[in-house]
Design a protein around this ligand. Structure first.
Ligand SMILES: [Zn+2]
Length: 348
């Protein structure tokens, strides 16, 4: 059961550019990586990548992991060549100051810098003020005419940060939300042998802007059970109290009881905890006062689908320094692999 995961795939996935609605680079990479392990593979109208693997029962298990990452979109190029942008997904503008980004132009990626006024010309009162998103700009270092040739309003922009492993089992990268979930789902498709359920692994689009891809994907699959494999904010950091942690880094798979969109059915919640206990998989309860994931869309499909989010704890979520623990990622993999193979009480 203790399978060693090859994290080099996660490094590659976090390096790909794929804000909401612009997931093609991630989808194309996954499609060729997964083809050898799939019974069927297809892309639907919205861009969800759906991988099917036949099971030994007639029950369908829908597994979602969203491909999109939070990012930016160019809204205006000014006459000096500075770029203005809108956020795509929930980003705190404070995390963008003094960061590198990559603009995805028609001619390829272009490096840019999100500038910030130096302390030399600001007052203490200026520095204490909030940073409005519409005051931020990207500097490409190029002459205005050249910028206008290369960059168009509507080009997507991703945060630029290399994947690093550090400390004790820790990873830091951009887009760990949710390439870590994508990584787990891809590894599951590769690893599973003769699953109990018919497996529909859906790499969804546009989760960060309102669970849009999961909604259409679920409609086309008559799921008997569903899991969203996603990240969740771990607030176990200085300045926050234990009652606000949501989950702890290194505490194992976050089995969701409730979030802003979904309440896990009690029998499913209890069965998942029991499997973790019996199989020696590290787990913790996730109680999130806000936010959601693909389970929020899937559980309301048709007459309803028993659904639970299985979450990877993530510090500094939605920033370019998202941090995760490899053991938590492995715990999610182990729990879902067990359910795929053995089925789960109540939904067999
Ligand atoms: Zn997410």
């Amino acid at each position: 059961m203790t399978k060693k995961l090859d994290f080099s795939l996660l490094k590659t996935l976090t390096g790909l550019a794929g804000i909401s609605g612009r997931e093609a680079p991630v989808r194309q990479y996954l499609q060729s990586w997964l083809e050898p392990y799939a019974d069927e593979i297809r892309t639907d109208t919205l861009g969800n990548l759906i991988v099917y693997k036949k099971g030994t029962s007639d029950k369908n298990l829908l597994l979602c992991a969203h491909m999109d990452e939070v990012g930016l979109m160019v809204r205006y190029v000014d006459d000096r060549g500075f770029l203005y942008f809108v956020p795509v997904g929930g980003i705190d503008p404070r995390t963008l100051l003094a960061q590198r980004v990559r603009i995805q132009t028609q001619q390829g990626p272009l490096l840019g810098i999100i500038g910030t006024k130096p302390a030399h010309i600001t007052t203490e009162a200026d520095r204490a003020k909030a940073v409005p998103m519409n005051s931020l700009y990207i500097d490409t270092g190029l002459p205005a005419a050249q910028v206008r040739d290369l960059v168009q309003a509507g080009d997507s922009v991703v945060l630029d940060r290399t994947y690093e492993e550090f400390g004790d089992n820790r990873i830091c990268a951009k887009a760990l939300d949710n390439r870590a979930g994508v990584f787990v789902l891809a590894q599951l498709i590769r690893a599973v042998q003769n699953p109990f359920y018919n497996i529909y692994a859906v790499f969804t689009v546009q989760e960060e802007v309102g669970l849009r891809g999961a909604k259409t994907a679920a409609f086309g699959i008559n799921a008997d059970l569903s899991f969203a494999i996603d990240t969740t904010g771990a607030a176990d950091i200085p300045g926050s109290s234990p009652q606000d942690y949501i989950v702890r880094l290194g505490g194992g798979v976050g089995i969701s009881a409730i979030d802003g969109y979904t309440i896990t059915p009690q029998t499913l919640f209890e069965s998942l905890k029991q499997i973790c206990e019996e199989q020696n998989i590290r787990w913790q309860v996730r109680v999130a006062p806000r936010g959601g994931n693909d389970a929020g869309a899937v559980h309301l499909d048709k007459t309803g689908v028993p659904s639970c989010a299985l979450s990877i704890p993530t510090r500094n979520i939605h920033s370019c320094v998202e941090v995760e623990d490899k053991q938590d990622i492995t715990a999610v993999f182990q729990l879902v692999l067990y359910v795929m193979q053995q089925g789960i009480a109540g939904i067999k």
